[in-house]
Design a protein around this ligand. Sequence first.
Ligand SMILES: Nc1ncnc2c1ncn2[C@@H]1O[C@H](COP(=O)(O)OP(=O)(O)OP(=O)(O)O)[C@@H](O)[C@H]1O
Ligand SMILES: [Mg+2]
Length: 261
Amino acid sequence: MSERGSIEVRNLNKTFARLDSGGTLCAIEDLSLTVEPGEFVSIVGTSGCGKSTLLRVIAGLEMPTRGEVLCGGVPVTGTNPDRGLVFQEHTLFPWLTVRRNIIFALKSSKRLGANRAAVDTLIGKAGLSEFAGSYPHQLSGGMRQRASLIRSLAVSPDVLLLDEPLGALDSFTRMTLQDEIIRLWQERGNTMVLITHDVDEAVYLSQRIVVMSPRPGRVTEVVDVPMSYPRNRGSSDFTELRVKLLTALNFASEVEQEYNL
Ligand SMILES: Nc1ncnc2c1ncn2[C@@H]1O[C@H](COP(=O)(O)OP(=O)(O)OP(=O)(O)O)[C@@H](O)[C@H]1O
Ligand SMILES: [Mg+2]
């Protein structure tokens, strides 16, 4: 497999030195995963199971302890503008306004002309029209996160790695941006890997959901989501997949209570 936008994680192990105790911490153990070009895959798992570490290795920000990662058939040895990463925390330049942050990213990626109208449309979708000329420190935490997300969506690299990009947002903004993520993904056809702790979000957005075990992170289950877009959060298929995922995450007793099983 060597197509642009493909990701292949082969027997990945990632160990960190523990400075406190002098030992080591195994964050990821023997994890293998293949993502097809243009596919939308979500990763779910409990806090600390190695999700961000996995994404950082795919991005080239961390090197594997053992195993390898290939993107587009080429071993990952460092970061590359073809792979964008939206971090759990925003990464806006503090000295640029929201609009300038996005235009700067578009210009430096050389992917799109900095079309101000398109940028402003995207800013509007994120509910930031009034703040396009504001600096990051003048925004709330959620607003900064939204600005950071739309900046990456605007650049739209071959592979977009999203680390809980909507985690800090209220449910209405979250739903609007989920639709915007789908719209842009369908328009651009790039590969999406999304980490989320929200099972509904994973089912709403992705074609495949990878469930990771608690540390050390491994793939315990891969759930296909064979539903067309746009998806109906209230449908029986949706609920069925939701229950399946919660069960895979070992929340079986909560599921029984919620659905009176
Ligand atoms: N740079 C680092 N140095 C040492 N340990 C690290 C480092 N990065 C991550 N870890 C450890 O690796 C484990 C996995 O961390 P990671 O951030 O990947 O988890 P996560 O699944 O993203 O969790 P969360 O859902 O809370 O964001 C944790 O135990 C963490 O302490
Ligand atoms: Mg994380």
